[in-house]
Design a protein. Structure first.
Lengths: 177, 174
C-alpha cells in the first residue's frame, strides 16, 4: 500500500513542479530537464521518507518498511517517469498522421480535397523541423554543407536500431504514427 | 521476503514479455511485429497476475494489501511494457531516427537536398495517407478524403489537448 500511495504522491509532486516550471520558462533541453526534475524529486523524497519517518505520521500514511520497499517505490516512480517522457516526446513534435486525422475530423462529413491536404503539409515542413531538432540536440552537425552524425547521434541510433540489425534504410518502413 | 518478491514481479513480467515477443516473432511465421508486441504484452501481464495471485494465496496478506500491490505492479508493468513498445517502434516510425539512420549509412554525410529528396514531405504525406486508407482510418469519397472508422482520432485529440495544456500551443509550427 505504501509503495502505491507514496509513489503516486511523488510522481504527482514531480509533475506539478514540471508544469509550474514550464509555465515560468520553457527549458532549452526539455527531456533532460524532465529527467532532472523527476529524478531529483524522487531522490529527495526517498531521503526524506527514510531519514524522517515522522513525515509519514503527519500525512497519515506509513512509510515504506524496508530497502526492497524503497526500491519498489523507486521502480514504480521511474517506470511512470519514463512512460511520461516517452509520451512527452510525442507532444514536443507534431505527428504528421495525427495532424492529418485531426484536420479531417475538423472538416467533418464534407471531407477535404487532396490538394488541401498537400497545402496543409507544405505549411508544416516536418523534415526541416526534424533536421533542426537533430542539430539542436547535438545528434547531427552541419559541416561543409553536409549533415553528419555526432557520436551521440550514432550511439542513440545504434541503441534504437539494435533490435532490427537487418532493417534496410528504407522510408517505406515507417510506422503508423 | 514478500517485499522483495513484490519488487521482482513487474520485472519478471517485462522479461517474460520480451521473451514471448521475440520468440513469437522468430517462430510464428504469420505473426507480424505489432501482433508479437501485443502477444508479448498480454503474456507478461498474465504472468504478473498469476504471480500476484500465487503470492496472495501462499501468504497471509490482507486483500486490500494484495489489491494495492496488484494495482501498483500492473501500472509499473504497463509502463515498462509501453517503454519496450516505444523502443521497438521508434526505429520504425520516428522520422528523426530514420534521418540519423540515413546519415549513419553515409560516412561522408548528406546534403540537405539529398535528405529532402529522400525524406520528401509530399512523399511522407502520401505514404501516411496510404497507410491510413489501408487501415480504414480514412476513406476516399467523391475525390475527397473523409474520416473513416478512426481509432486514432481520440488519441490525436488527447495528444493535442495535452500539448495545449503543457506547452501552451497546439502545434510545433505555431
Amino acid at each position: 500500500m505504501q509503495v502505491l500511495i507514496w509513489g503516486g504522491i511523488i510522481f504527482l509532486l514531480s509533475f506539478f513542479i514540471h508544469i509550474i516550471l514550464w509555465k515560468i520558462h520553457l527549458p532549452k533541453y526539455q527531456t533532460a530537464a524532465l529527467l532532472y526534475i523527476f529524478f531529483l524529486t524522487l531522490f529527495l523524497s526517498i531521503v526524506t521518507l527514510y531519514f524522517f519517518p515522522k513525515v509519514g505520521e503527519l500525512t497519515g500514511f506509513s512509510t515504506p518498511e524496508d530497502c526492497w520497499s524503497y526500491l519498489h517505490l523507486a521502480l514504480f516512480v521511474m517506470s511512470l517517469t519514463f512512460a511520461y517522457i516517452i509520451t512527452y516526446s510525442a507532444l514536443e513534435a507534431d505527428s504528421p498522421t495525427l495532424s492529418i486525422l485531426l484536420m479531417l475530423n475538423q472538416a467533418g462529413p464534407d471531407g477535404l480535397e487532396p490538394v488541401v491536404l498537400e497545402r496543409f503539409i507544405d505549411q508544416r515542413p516536418f523534415i526541416g523541423a526534424r533536421m533542426e531538432c537533430l542539430l539542436h540536440d547535438n545528434m547531427a552537425v552541419l559541416e561543409n554543407g553536409k549533415y553528419k552524425t555526432t557520436p551521440k547521434g550514432r550511439w542513440l541510433a545504434k541503441l534504437l536500431l539494435f533490435y532490427r540489425p537487418d532493417r534496410q534504410n528504407d522510408q517505406t518502413k515507417a510506422g503508423p504514427v | 521476503m514478500r517485499t522483495f518478491t513484490q519488487f521482482c514481479i513487474p520485472l519478471a513480467g517485462l522479461a517474460f514479455n520480451v521473451l514471448c515477443q521475440i520468440l513469437s516473432l522468430q517462430l510464428g511465421k504469420r505473426i507480424r511485429l505489432f501482433q508479437s508486441i501485443m502477444l508479448g504484452f498480454a503474456a507478461g501481464f498474465l504472468l504478473v497476475c498469476i504471480l500476484e495471485l500465487t503470492l496472495f494465496f501462499y501468504s497471509s496478506a490482507e486483500w486490500l494489501d494484495f489489491l494495492a500491490y496488484w494495482v501498483c505492479n500492473t501500472i509499473t508493468y504497463g509502463c515498462l511494457g509501453y517503454g519496450y513498445f516505444a523502443y521497438i517502434n521508434l526505429g520504425e516510425s520516428s522520422l528523426r531516427i530514420r534521418i540519423i539512420d540515413a546519415l549513419l549509412h553515409a560516412p561522408d554525410g548528406l546534403t540537405e537536398e539529398t535528405l529532402i529528396k529522400r525524406f520528401n514531405d509530399r512523399e511522407l504525406l502520401s505514404m501516411r495517407i496510404q497507410r491510413l486508407l489501408d487501415h480504414g482510418e480514412i476513406q476516399m469519397r467523391d475525390g475527397k478524403y473523409v474520416l473513416g472508422k478512426s481509432k486514432l482520432v481520440p488519441i490525436a485529440k488527447i495528444v493535442f489537448l495535452l500539448k495545449w495544456l503543457i506547452l501552451g500551443k497546439r502545434s510545433e509550427f505555431e
